[in-house]
Design a protein around this ligand. Structure first.
Ligand SMILES: [Ca+2]
Length: 156
C-alpha cells in the first residue's frame, strides 16, 4: 500500500497492530486462571466413531489442573454436564501444578487419572458444557463448546 495521507498511515498501522490486540483476550483468560483449580483440555469427542467400546469411552476425557501453589483434596468435587450427569471425586489429592484426567469409561484409578465408570459417552460432541463444582455446591469453573470447535477444547 502506498501511504498518501496521515489518515491512511493510521489505518495501515491499525491493520498491522490488530493481530497483537486480538491476542490480548486469550492472555487475559489464562491470567484469570492463575492460582486456581480449573478445567483444562477437554477431549469431548472421542477420536474415531462412537462405537461404545471401553477404550473409546476412555478416549473421551476432561483434564482438571491445579494452578495453585498447594495440593488440594478433591473428595466431593463434582464434574457435571448439561444433562446433569455427575462424576463425584473420591479421595484424591492433586498436587500443586498437577493435572488429573477424568476418563469416561471404566478402569483402575491411578495417579493423574480417574475413571468415571460409565457405559456410554457423557460429553456431547455437538455442544455441551462442563462444570467443576466444589463440595459445597459452588461453581468453580465451567467451559462450553459448540460445533465450531474441533473435538477438543482448551479451557485454559
Ligand atoms: Ca463425546
Amino acid at each position: 500500500m502506498r501511504i498518501r495521507s496521515l489518515a491512511q498511515a493510521a489505518v495501515a498501522l491499525a491493520t498491522l497492530t490488530a493481530p497483537l490486540l486480538v491476542a490480548t483476550p486469550a492472555s487475559a483468560a489464562s491470567a484469570a486462571h492463575q492460582g486456581s483449580l480449573h478445567l483444562g483440555y477437554i477431549q469431548y469427542d472421542s477420536p474415531g466413531s462412537d462405537g461404545g467400546s471401553n477404550s473409546s469411552l476412555n478416549a473421551e476425557w476432561v483434564n482438571i489442573h491445579n494452578n495453585t501453589g498447594s495440593a488440594i483434596q478433591l473428595k466431593g468435587y463434582k464434574l457435571k454436564d448439561n444433562t446433569g450427569y455427575t462424576y463425584t471425586f473420591g479421595s484424591y489429592r492433586i498436587g500443586a501444578g498437577k493435572t488429573v484426567k477424568v476418563r469416561t469409561g471404566k478402569g483402575t484409578n491411578a495417579a493423574g487419572v480417574r475413571y468415571w465408570g460409565r457405559g456410554w459417552y457423557v460429553w456431547n460432541n455437538t455442544s455441551d458444557k462442563a462444570r467443576l463444582i466444589k463440595p459445597n455446591g459452588t461453581l468453580l469453573d465451567s467451559c462450553s463448546w459448540t460445533t465450531s470447535d474441533d473435538g477438543y477444547k482448551n479451557c485454559h
